[in-house]
Design a binder for this molecule. Structure first.
Ligand SMILES: [Zn+2]
Length: 388
């Protein structure tokens, strides 16, 4: 029997949000997507892989010990005097009992996905509740406690000797991952996001390019609100393929946040479901071209949690695992999960309603984005040459 080329790393614990059920970060999105795929016959039992426990030393290579200790103490309900300094106890990252365990488990899952790809057990591995790109070395931020992506990249580079291109299409700038690899030339970080001028976390300007040995290896494409599918894809195409082929990764790590969708309540880009699907498709094609298809894929943001996210991520899986999905979504899935979540779930894979866009605003956003993409490519191309 041939091994499946694409595996989903999953565990029932991952369905729990570290912050409890009243917080906007809904961890059930992963389970909801998995259930949809199973109901469609697009995910088979032998394509689900277990979560392995990560090596504690890896945690210490990415996060500062004082922060890890504060996180664990806070999660155990112990008093942490300098919690705010570590970004804990804020409205984004409230202190909730057991949160450290949930966050570590999500990190275990993304590192497990990375190891499946590094060992050759899978060509592509997916962890839908990962993608916690705002966690910094010594500070929680933006719903993120432990940077699972940075841990996976650290594992792939330092333990496995691989060159990693990190592509982050979440609507928010991938500040945590960028910061952690700021001075590294063996990790290219690429973030395409709504500009920090109008959105959290406020960073990701085009002149953020890395420093020291890592100069040129942080790539940012900030976008203006209301950019549509065509504008986004044109700017992406003008920068990201050149960067990836010049860098020559062994593996691509994709943070596939679904919050660039027009319905997302926390951001203002105007991508459709088809647009998001096309963006994911671009990155998968680039992996085929640059690194024999090797990819580690996580979810990320996505706060239109029950309509846009499961459809976007089901389509992402279908692309990765080369499956067809029906346009009419299974009634069994809609009923069971609709009741469980107390929401009405979509009936079709493709959305019927598209955003009502102001043509002048989308045009302005598109021409601005293309100009930024070309400037960044022109400035950084000389710095991307491989030295080996
Ligand atoms: Zn986001």
């Amino acid at each position: 029997m041939t091994r499946p080329r694409t595996l989903l790393v999953d565990d029932p614990v991952l369905e729990r949000s570290p912050f409890g059920s009243s917080h906007p970060f809904r961890a059930e999105r992963g389970a909801l997507t998995r259930a949809l795929l199973e109901a469609c016959g697009a995910l088979h039992q032998d394509e689900v892989a277990d979560v392995e426990r990560l090596d504690e030393r890896l945690l210490g290579a990415v996060h500062e010990q004082a922060y890890l200790e504060a996180l664990i103490r806070a999660g155990r309900g112990e008093r942490v005097d300098d919690a705010r300094m570590f970004g804990l106890g804020t409205s984004d990252c409230p202190v909730v009992p057991g949160m450290h365990r949930v966050a570590m488990r999500a990190a275990d899952a993304t590192v497990s996905a990375a190891e499946l790809v590094a060992s050759g057990a899978a060509q592509r591995a997916v962890h839908l509740t990962g993608g916690l790109h705002h966690a910094h070395r010594a500070r929680a931020s933006g719903f993120c406690l432990v940077n699972d992506l940075a841990l996976a990249i650290e594992h792939l580079t330092r333990r496995r000797g691989l060159r990693v291109a990190y592509v982050d299409v979440d609507v928010h700038h991938g500040d945590g991952v960028q910061g952690i690899f700021w001075e590294r030339a063996d990790v290219l970080t690429v973030s395409v996001h709504q500009s920090g001028r109008t959105l959290f976390p406020g960073t990701g300007a085009e002149d953020e390019i890395g420093a020291g040995a890592g100069r040129g290896f942080a790539v940012n494409l900030p976008l203006a609100p209301f950019i549509d599918d065509a504008g986004y894809l044109a700017a992406f195409d003008a920068l990201v393929p050149t960067a990836l082929s010049a860098f020559g990764p062994d593996v691509i790590v994709l943070q596939a946040g679904a919050d660039a969708h027009w319905r997302d309540p926390l951001a203002q880009l105007s991508l459709s479901g088809d647009g998001l699907d096309a963006v994911y498709g671009r990155v998968i094609d680039l992996a085929e071209r640059c690194c024999e298809g090797r990819m580690v894929v996580t979810g990320g943001g996505g706060y239109d949690a029950w309509r846009s996210v499961p459809r976007a991520w089901a389509r992402l899986w279908a692309r990765l695992a080369e499956r067809e999905l029906p346009d009419e979504l299974p009634e069994t899935w809609r009923r069971a999960w609709g009741e469980r979540l107390g929401v009405s779930l979509p009936t079709r894979l493709r959305e019927g309603t598209l955003p009502d866009l102001d043509a002048r605003a989308t045009e302005r956003a598109a021409s601005h984005a293309l100009a930024v993409a070309k400037r960044v490519a022109a400035r950084l191309t000389p710095l991307w040459r491989r030295e080996d």
